[in-house]
Design a protein around this ligand. Sequence first.
Ligand SMILES: C[S@@+](CC[C@H](N)C(=O)[O-])C[C@H]1O[C@@H](n2cnc3c(N)ncnc32)[C@H](O)[C@@H]1O
Length: 273
Amino acid sequence: MERPAWAPQGIDLTVPSVSRMYDYYLGGSHNFEVDREAGRRAIEAWPGLPKIIQANRAFMRRAIRFAVGEGITQFLDIGSGIPTFGNVHEAAQSADPSARVVYVDNDPVAVAHSRSVLEGNDRAEVVSADFRSPQDILYSAEVERLLDLERPVALLLVALLHFIEDKDDPWKTVREIGDELAPGSLLVLSHSSADEGPMRNVGGGVRDVYRQTSSPLITRSRTEITRFFDGFELVEPGVVPLPRWRPEDVPGTDDPLLLSGYAGVGRKAGRVG
Ligand SMILES: C[S@@+](CC[C@H](N)C(=O)[O-])C[C@H]1O[C@@H](n2cnc3c(N)ncnc32)[C@H](O)[C@@H]1O
């Protein structure tokens, strides 16, 4: 298969990438036939998938506006994905032009495309790193340049942790990163779950598709997801299905399709400033 100019050298074009599949669900153009084929099979198993992804992006933007409303202007977005409509830096910088954003992803296409989208923006950068090696993120030149970790930061782990297996202890890594953040920092996360909604029935089929991709999909219970907030105080309304987190004008909140993922925001306890 021919490699288009935007695709970095050395990427594996035979294995579907979860980042490029996500780009496909969102109608982006940074994906290959292998990703579209896996994406189509995932949608076949779970027709609600594109809708839940829109709900996930809408949650993320509401959480960013909430963070800016709390006076937070620094964002660390790990598992940021291939830039598409309504990115974190756009939402944050339109709410507060001084906002600074560091994106992190381990997918070469996500990193390369982020770099090209961010050219000329001196308040947003991307780091090529893996969540499972948090020191590579926290001590990166980009974080040192753009973020002041002595002041509150919004840490975004949006639709990331369901790609990190239990054997890699994602709870420990979230705690390690949280320990480096100033009191008043926010943890913003969303995560797929088969507790409620159609994932209870279709979860097996969707997980089968993801087992053949760059990262298997791990659904977790609300209790397991809530444990990621250890060391943080949950803000209202706690860990809830995506569209129920501080809805603004989202119609169809009771759509059972949208119960397949949980979202929450926590604030790091301790004296601020
Ligand atoms: C489903 S996308 C989510 C994108 C964005 N956060 C959103 O919610 O719209 C998940 C992203 O996490 C990235 N990812 C998966 N495992 C990762 C890891 N171990 N370290 C860094 N990024 C990872 C994937 O490459 C992908 O771009």
